[in-house]
Design a protein around this ligand. Structure first.
Ligand code: MG
Length: 285
């Protein structure tokens, strides 16, 4: 099989690659036309770019590969995320970043919901400027990564609003994330607690919700089957992407743990040591 790689934009024989399970898997990846790149754990970790990540994005830019950046975080709005990425050396614009809070705001507006209670990092409140914050009778309780802001009282307030009929909107349901070398509880366990207590299910708007990936596809103008999604979370990035019809590429950085290739319910199309190896994937204009 002859394919085109990023490096050098030249025709190269992509098979057989010399060794390694990951290398053999790459041969099975069909050329893609656009990329969705996860941020935390994929491009950077603890505010430091991962080795080779800045150069990898620069190479993609140089070739004109359509790119979008995705994140479930509520710790920063898109404006700040773009500034942080640029400070790390990545060339990224705010409008290229697709965040779960922005997806939540879109969903709430589509439902005609006006009054919301926000269980998120305050930094992302600006994504909800079009809504009224209501701590008496909210129509929706929006739940994201509140971190150490969680308490019994906070959970109990949300529990009562939900029993009174408010919709439960989960920015994401990630089980855990990684910071400063340790795995930390993410929003998922708290969403699950409220689902269990109320006997209802949250509407999940971030990755791996199909609607999140479909919105990304619309902004890229490329068919799902021609988009490769790259991330360190085998469930939200890889399985979500594959379920939405995209290619799922797992990187062994960030929250990756040995054996993740076999978790998540959907096998990755490829496994890379890091985004620095993106240049080995076939791409076509
Ligand atoms: Mg990640």
């Amino acid at each position: 099989m002859v394919g085109r790689t990023f490096c050098g934009q030249r025709e190269v024989v992509t098979t057989p690659l010399p060794s390694g399970g990951a290398a053999r898997k790459l041969n099975a990846v069909k050329p893609f036309r656009a990329l969705l790149l996860d941020l935390d754990g994929t491009l950077y970790l603890d505010d430091q770019p991962l080795p080779g990540a800045v150069d990898a994005v620069a190479v993609l830019r140089g070739l004109g590969v359509p790119l979008r950046f995705t994140t479930n975080t509520t710790r920063f709005p898109r404006r700040i995320l773009a500034e942080r990425l640029r400070a790390m050396g990545f060339e990224v614009h705010a409008e290229e970043i697709l965040t779960a809070p922005a997806a939540a705001a879109t969903w709430l507006a589509e439902q005609g919901i006006r009054r919301v209670a926000l269980y998120l990092a305050e930094a992302s409140f600006e994504e909800f400027h079009a809504f009224t914050r209501d701590d008496q009778r909210p129509e929706a309780v929006v739940i994201g990564d509140l971190g150490s802001g969680w308490s019994y009282d906070a959970l109990n307030r949300a529990f009562r609003w939900l029993l009174a009929g408010a919709r439960m909107v989960a920015i994401q349901k990630n089980r855990y994330w990684r910071v400063a070398g340790d795995l930390m509880l993410d929003a998922g366990p708290f969403v699950a607690a409220l689902e269990y207590a109320t006997g209802t299910s949250a509407v999940v708007v971030g990755k791996p919700a199909p609607a999140f990936f479909e919105a990304a596809m619309r902004t890229l103008g490329v068919a799902a089957s021609e988009i490769a999604v790259v991330g360190d979370d085998v469930e939200t990035d890889v399985a979500g992407a594959v379920s939405a019809g995209c290619r799922g590429i797992l990187v062994r950085t960030g929250k990756y743990r040995p054996g993740d290739e076999r978790r998540g319910g959907r096998s990755p199309d490829a496994v890379l040591d890091s985004v620095a190896d993106l240049s080995t994937l076939p791409w076509r204009r």
